[in-house]
Design a protein around this ligand. Structure first.
Ligand code: FES
Length: 164
């Protein structure tokens, strides 16, 4: 068996019973084969190849793939997921500390998102009470008067609707 993708090798292949086919991984994780191919292409996961050039995944990658799924469900982009998982080894069983280190970054991202949503909710509640829809004053429609940076006049017209 030869190594095909991913970062460092560990110098020792997992025993055959610890290797799963792509179909088994797809069944166990609920992730489509095409998505697994893509994850591998972008370096999120790595596989080994059999002499017949078939992919085999170490069993411990199931946890990594599940974490990728959770990250996506949380709306975390694949590049952020990749960066968070970068220190987690792919070719041997990661330690508990590896996982904690990886997910600590996500906690920060989620906290920042939670704060942004709460702030948006506060502004929305203010606008529901107000109703002025002022392009100058409304913090929901035009936070920090960002539209003024685009020039004077109305900035909310849809160019597609005004093209005629
Ligand atoms: S509608 Fe008045 S501040 Fe947003």
């Amino acid at each position: 068996m030869i190594r095909t993708s991913g970062e460092e090798g560990c110098g020792q292949e997992p025993p055959a019973e610890e290797l799963l086919s792509i179909g088994q991984v797809s069944d166990r994780t609920g992730v489509a084969r095409s998505a697994l191919h893509y994850y591998e292409e972008v370096g999120l996961i790595a596989s080994l190849r059999t002499a017949g050039n078939q992919r085999r995944y170490p069993r411990h990658l199931l946890r990594r793939i599940s974490l990728i799924t959770v990250g996506r469900q949380l709306g975390i982009g694949l590049s952020e997921i990749k960066s968070a998982l970068a220190p987690v080894p792919m070719h041997h069983l990661p330690s508990e500390e590896d996982w904690l280190r990886a997910t600590a970054q996500w906690k920060l991202v989620l906290e920042a998102r939670r704060r942004a949503i709460e702030e948006l909710e506060d502004r929305l509640m203010g606008c529901i009470g107000c109703g002025c829809l002022s392009m100058q004053a409304c913090t929901l429609l035009n936070p920090h008067d960002q539209l003024s940076q685009q020039g004077a006049g109305a900035r909310r017209l849809d160019p597609a609707e005004t093209a005629e």
